[in-house]
Structure formats: C-alpha cells, structure tokens
Design a protein around this ligand. Structure first.
Ligand SMILES: CSC[C@@H](O)[C@@H](O)C(=O)COP(=O)(O)O
Ligand SMILES: [Zn+2]
Length: 206
C-alpha cells in the first residue's frame, strides 16, 4: 500500500467513527451532516452526498481537491464541500471539519435574532482554540441559511480568525474544525454541550 493510500485509509476510518459518534449523539438526523479530513498531500477526504453518517461505509468517503472537485469523475461529494474547502484554505492548521444538525443549534439559531450567540462563564468553553478561562465571551456567529453554498461561504470569509468555537447556519446546523479529528470532535462536543445549556436556560426564561 502506498503512503497516500495509507493516509486516505486512516482518514476514512476516522470519518466513519466520527459519523457513528455524531449519530449516537443525535446530531446527524436522516442524511444530515458531513465530515472531512485534510490529507498530507493536500487532498480532502470527505463524505459522499446523501449518506447517513451513522452508517457510513469506506466507499462513502471520497477525495476532492482544494476547489471541491472530485478526483474521480462521477463521484458526488457533500453538497456543502465548499464550506469544508474554505475552512482548510482559510485556516492552514485545520485538519478535520465536522458539520451537524443538532436540535439545540437549529432551535437556538432560529430564536436568536442577533448576529451571534455568546458563550460566557462556562468552564467547558476552554475546549475552544486559545481559551483559557470561563471569564471570557466566545462569540459564535450566526449566518443566514442559503442553498447557494458559494454565496454562503462568501458571508463567512470575513469571520475567519474570530471563530474559536466554529459557526452556526441559522435553522441548519454547526460547523466546527480542529487540527485533527479528536480535536474537532472535542470542540463539537463542547459546542453542543454549551448550546444545550443555552437552550435549557432559555426554557427557564434566563
Ligand atoms: C437531510 S438534508 C441536509 C442537507 O441538505 C445538508 O444540509 C447536509 O448537511 C448533508 O448534505 P450532504 O450532501 O449529504 O453532505
Ligand atoms: Zn447541513
């Protein structure tokens, strides 16, 4: 097996396990969500469009170039591939990207009319990039949903460098990334935990 095949096989395994984890937590209902991993040679391993992320098979992971074009003609990558490519392009440290559709991110982003949610006073916010204390406010930008993914990506571009916890698309879901798959998963779990806390507090009228 060549070195690049080894890297792709390892990334595929990570993506399959991440899909199972996200499904077990209820964050990827039906065929929602998508998952990717940057390979050392610059290719991006990403889920095929329309697969259930809890039941991914190795053949459901394909590769695209930095512009989101599948290397193998006929392969149909995630409909949101350009958002993954954008993250890898804008953040050279990013090695894995996760997108999910949790109840908390969907509901909170629909009832919050301001352009961001703010996470403050929570110990768990230290899971995010550069955060060392609960005594900080971590902004999570909210972008309007758009079926034109290239247009949506344009709206996100100016925010790179200011999103330690990732971002939310309104009525749709979260995008989170990290240097590797464990880091991205930890950030997703941290963000989803905090969104669930915010939602609980809203229900309590706080
Ligand atoms: C179940 S519809 C969800 C899709 O429209 C999309 O938002 C999504 O997250 C999954 O799209 P996919 O093309 O499978 O990566
Ligand atoms: Zn989605």
């Amino acid at each position: 097996m060549s070195e690049s095949m080894t890297d792709f096989a390892r990334a595929t395994q990570e993506i399959l396990l991440a899909g199972q984890r996200m499904d077990a937590r209820g964050w990827v209902p039906a065929t929602a969500g998508n998952i990717s991993r940057r390979l050392p040679d610059g290719r991006i391993a990403i889920t095929r469009s329309g697969c259930h992320k809890g039941f991914l098979k190795a053949e459901d992971v394909i590769t695209v170039n930095g512009g989101g074009i599948a290397h193998r003609p006929g392969d149909k990558p995630s409909a949101e591939t350009l958002l993954h490519c954008q993250i890898y392009q804008q953040d050279p440290t990013a090695g894995a990207v996760l997108h999910g559709h949790s109840v908390a991110s969907t509901v909170l982003s629909m009832i919050e009319k301001s352009p961001a949610l703010h996470l403050a006073d929570y110990e768990v916010q230290k899971v995010f990039e550069g955060q060392t204390t609960h005594e900080a406010s971590v902004p999570v930008p909210l972008f309007e949903n758009d079926q034109d993914i290239a247009r949506l990506a344009q709206k996100v571009t100016p925010f790179f460098g200011t999103m330690p916890a990732g971002y939310i698309i309104r009525g749709h879901g979260v995008y989170v990334w990290g240097k590797d798959m464990p880091t991205a998963l930890a950030r997703l779990e941290g963000l989803e935990f905090l969104l669930a806390c915010l939602l609980e507090r809203r229900k309590l009228g706080q």
